[in-house]
Design a protein around this ligand. Structure first.
Ligand SMILES: Cc1cc2nc3c(=O)[nH]c(=O)nc-3n(C[C@H](O)[C@H](O)[C@H](O)COP(=O)(O)OP(=O)(O)OC[C@H]3O[C@@H](n4cnc5c(N)ncnc54)[C@H](O)[C@@H]3O)c2cc1C
Length: 369
């Protein structure tokens, strides 16, 4: 591929897309409003699966499963090329009730996904802790041993490095303000750092994608949904082996003793402020599952704006009218998981390469109302 590509937005989606284009030989420039990888992609938990995967449509499952299966090779090639370890780890995920056990088991069996039914208590889920009489017991916990996680900031750093190593140009502090189109073609991109021209333009500006597209957004429905997170640090190892999920709340143990608690889902526009009420809500729920958190201080609280789309289905592909304009956005809760597959699908479309599965569901976003 010999063409020039401009990618708007340097989150995980923009970076993964740029990397894929560069590997195909394209000349790539990323325009980033702030610094690389500091928005939603940085803020996320890095669980490489939907939380209760049986709650999602086949269109989400197809993309997340295929994408998650690309991670081991993708991460190992990034690690090798950059010497930055994104800490991919198959830690497994333990889902605590309430959830629909029959549907969950059926869903796993149909897809041959490994699962183990477990009886656990809120003391036994924690490493090295003693059983007590007042422990809460969960009879129908479900352990999914193959679910993995990655450390977002490290993955972003590795991708940033890799894009530059492959010859990609990244222009930071460059806010795209307008896409000028005539005769069904983007003629130029107006930014805070001047005008840009390319053969192809890809919008991967996360929660801001609709604003970047402006009048060309058609019926695309991508909006910010805030998520807040809490961070703890334990001395050496975290008190958990696996990711823990209970009714939308999750606790993620990292190798070095960090523990993340997430997350809220708040429809408050582009407001990124963290709040005391979210902090208390997350903390109270996490302490009920993991009592050891009563004795541990919160290290940090932060928030990110997810690029929310209807049913968590991103839009990936060509604009219906403007032939050199593409989008890769709207990954909502699972953009880290979906990143390698979304990049692959987009680049396949432009290069005319056969797709791994039917991609029509990810091209309907332009027409939603
Ligand atoms: C709290 C939280 C927890 C999450 N947990 C998980 C998880 O465990 N697993 C998972 O798979 N996903 C998770 N996600 C979702 C995932 O993080 C997102 O789906 C993903 O990061 C979206 O990536 P993106 O590149 O589209 O957006 P972003 O990372 O937001 O990147 C968009 C970029 O575009 C830039 N930009 C915006 N406007 C302009 C402009 N006008 N000009 C130039 N640049 C512009 C921004 O500055 C930004 O850098 C979580 C998200 C949050 C917030």
């Amino acid at each position: 591929m010999k063409q020039d590509v401009i990618v708007i937005g340097a989150g995980i989606i923009g970076l993964a897309t740029a990397e894929r284009f560069l590997l195909k030989g394209a000349k790539v420039t990323i325009l980033e409003r702030n610094k690389v990888g500091l928005e939603s992609s940085w803020a996320g938990g890095g669980i490489l699966s939907p939380l209760c995967p049986w709650d999602y449509s086949d269109d989400v499952t197809r993309l997340t499963s295929y994408s998650a299966s690309r991670f081991p090779i993708w991460i190992s090639s990034l690690h090798k090329a950059t010497e930055i370890d994104p800490e991919y780890e198959t830690s497994g995920m333990l889902v605590l009730p309430p959830y629909n056990i029959e549907i969950a088991q059926q869903w796993c069996s149909m897809r041959e996904i490994k699962m183990e039914r477990r009886t656990v208590s809120n003391t036994s889920v924690a490493r090295n802790s003693k059983e007590t009489d007042d422990a809460t017991t969960y009879d129908h916990a479900l352990f999914l041993p193959d679910i993995a996680q990655v450390r977002n900031p490290r993955l972003l750093r590795a991708l940033h490095y890799r894009v530059v190593q492959l010859g990609g140009r990244i222009i930071e502090n460059c806010e795209v303000m307008r896409l000028k189109a005539t005769q069904q073609k983007i003629q130029s991109i107006t930014s805070s750092r001047g005008e840009f021209i390319a053969d192809y333009t890809v919008v991967s500006a996360g929660a801001w994608s609709k604003e970047v597209l402006g009048v060309h957004a058609l019926k695309l429905d991508i909006k910010p949904i805030k998520g807040q997170m809490l961070l703890f640090k334990f001395d050496i190892t975290p008190p958990l082996h696996a990711i823990l999920v209970k009714k939308g709340l999750y606790i993620i143990p990292r190798r070095d003793g960090h523990l993340l608690i997430g997350s809220t889902l708040e429809d408050v526009g582009f407001d990124k402020q963290t709040t005391v009420s979210a902090r208390n809500h997350l903390l109270m729920r996490a302490q009920a599952i993991l009592p050891i958190l009563h004795t541990q201080p919160i290290l940090r609280q932060w928030s990110g704006l997810r690029p929310a789309s209807l049913d968590n289905i991103p839009t990936i592909g060509q604009h219906p009218m403007i032939k050199n304009l593409f989008i890769n956005s709207g990954h909502f809760r699972y953009g880290v998981t979906m990143a390698p597959a979304s990049a692959e699908i987009l680049v396949n479309e432009i290069t005319g390469t056969r797709q791994p599965f039917d991609i029509n569901p990810y091209q309907r976003g332009w027409n939603f109302h």
